[in-house]
Design a protein around this ligand. Structure first.
Ligand SMILES: [Zn+2]
Length: 435
């Protein structure tokens, strides 16, 4: 369904050349095929990307005791990207203190999900104590935050966001058409039968995109206890895995599930879908950030949140589908989800009890220097069997290949068997592709 919507969207683009400029100027735009009006960006509610980043930078400069900012830039093949990272740490010089509990949050990975970056700005305002959460005692908040280092990426996909701002409201990919939530290394490049490159183009290789390279490097060096990838398009609290229809087993899974249940009760009023991304959203997603954070970086609590969606919006009306369009909903979403994050700040460290299990894959991964990954192994990785690949990796490749062949033949047999019994209606549908 989601891919079908994108095909519709592509069709729509082809037949509406000047719609974008009209929309960017704030006029309601007619959908050419059906005459449905398309909702433009509400500039009374939403900052432009440049304004939002400027607001964040000036906020940081007003609070040097708590906030600091770094911008990372890289590029390849003529495409350049930059990511600005804000670090929150009371008594700022201790931000490298490895005894502190570390949280990494990313917003705006998909260009069209503007509300997520507004949430990042709201959170930073609350962290700096320029704004306050209703019903929260400032002194207890300060005690909660005392032992934390929080890194916030307010706009992971700045180039994609700029495309949305000139009128392509359905664009979710980066500035050269790659979906940044399909460009990571776990199960990368696998395509479902209804794969649509307009939505899910995974790039030419894992970590082909500068934005993903920067995020990966950030995660490896910061080594967070909690990762949250913030999206919109529906209301959901997802834990691994996105690429398969299961959650991890044992204690790590129970911890994540407990936290998500709590958030759903207290802040989402039980509206949120909850569980593994792959098992809940209606489609499997391959090469996602959250699966990589959990499986390879070894982040013990890795999540994808979907903070808002309008399932009644027309399939072409992407701004309305992914973002609140009126003031009261806009404020409700920002207040509820800011509060949800502060619940995470409070409960997260207790859940992990300051111990963190690390898996084998993560230790193996870290034995290779980060810069080697960035400068050679990943960025210029033209051959899957390049000379730098570890012997163990080659063995695993073969095992994986045999396993996939086995799975494929089993699935084929199952399919032949099932198709004789009944006609399938196809896989479940969702109103949009948020994840
Ligand atoms: Zn998204």
């Amino acid at each position: 369904m989601a891919r079908f919507l994108s095909v519709l969207h592509l069709f729509w683009i082809l037949f509406s050349c000047n719609r974008g400029f009209a929309a960017a100027n704030g006029d309601a735009v007619e959908g050419n095929l059906t005459g449905h009006p398309l909702t433009p960006i509400n500039h009374d509610l939403y900052h432009s990307s440049s304004d939002l980043m400027e607001q964040i930078t000036t906020l940081v400069h007003r609070h040097p005791d708590k906030l600091s900012v770094n911008t990372f830039k890289t590029g390849n093949k003529g495409y350049n990207a930059e990511i600005t990272v804000v670090t929150y740490c009371q008594s700022g010089r201790e931000s490298d203190d490895r005894s502190k509990f570390r949280i990494l949050l990313s917003f705006g990975q998909h260009g069209r999900e503007l509300i997520t970056s507004e949430l990042a700005l709201r959170m930073l305002s609350i962290l700096s104590e320029e704004q306050f959460l209703p019903n929260m005692d400032p002194s207890s908040l300060n005690m909660t935050l005392d032992n934390l280092v929080i890194k916030v990426v307010a706009m992971e996909n700045l180039n994609g966001r700029k495309i949305v701002e000139v009128g392509d409201f359905c664009e979710r990919r980066n500035g050269r058409g790659v979906d940044l939530n399909r460009n990571w290394g776990v199960d990368w490049g696998k395509k479902e039968k209804d794969y649509d490159p307009y939505e899910e183009n995974p790039g030419t290789a894992p970590f082909s995109e500068p934005e993903t390279q920067i995020m990966r490097k950030l995660a490896l060096s910061f080594d967070p206890h909690i990762w949250v990838n913030v999206h919109s398009g529906m209301e959901a609290l997802f834990m691994p895995y996105d690429h398969k229809n299961t959650t991890p087993e044992g204690l790590p899974s129970q911890r994540m599930r407990f936290l998500l249940d709590e958030l759903n009760q207290v802040h989402c009023h039980k509206r949120c879908m909850i569980g593994s991304g792959g098992g809940s959203v209606g489609y499997l997603a391959h090469g996602t950030a959250t699966d990589y954070m959990y499986d390879v970086i070894g982040v013990p609590m890795a999540f994808t949140f979907e903070i808002y969606g309008d399932s009644t919006a027309s399939s072409k009306d992407c701004f309305k589908m992914f973002n609140p369009v009126d003031l009261s909903t806009f404020n409700r979403v920002l207040n509820e989800w800011s509060a949800a994050f502060f619940t995470i700040f409070k409960l997260g460290p207790h859940q992990l009890d300051e111990t963190r299990p690390k898996n084998f894959a993560s230790n193996l991964d870290k034995s290779i220097p980060i810069d080697e990954y960035l400068d050679g192994y990943l960025m210029e990785r033209s051959s899957r069997y390049g000379k730098k690949m570890e012997v163990l990796d080659l063995g695993m490749q073969e095992i994986r290949t045999y396993f996939r062949l086995f799975l494929l033949s089993s699935v084929l047999l199952m399919f032949m068997f099932c198709s004789k019994i009944s006609k399938s209606k196809g896989r479940p549908t969702v109103p949009a592709m948020p994840l």
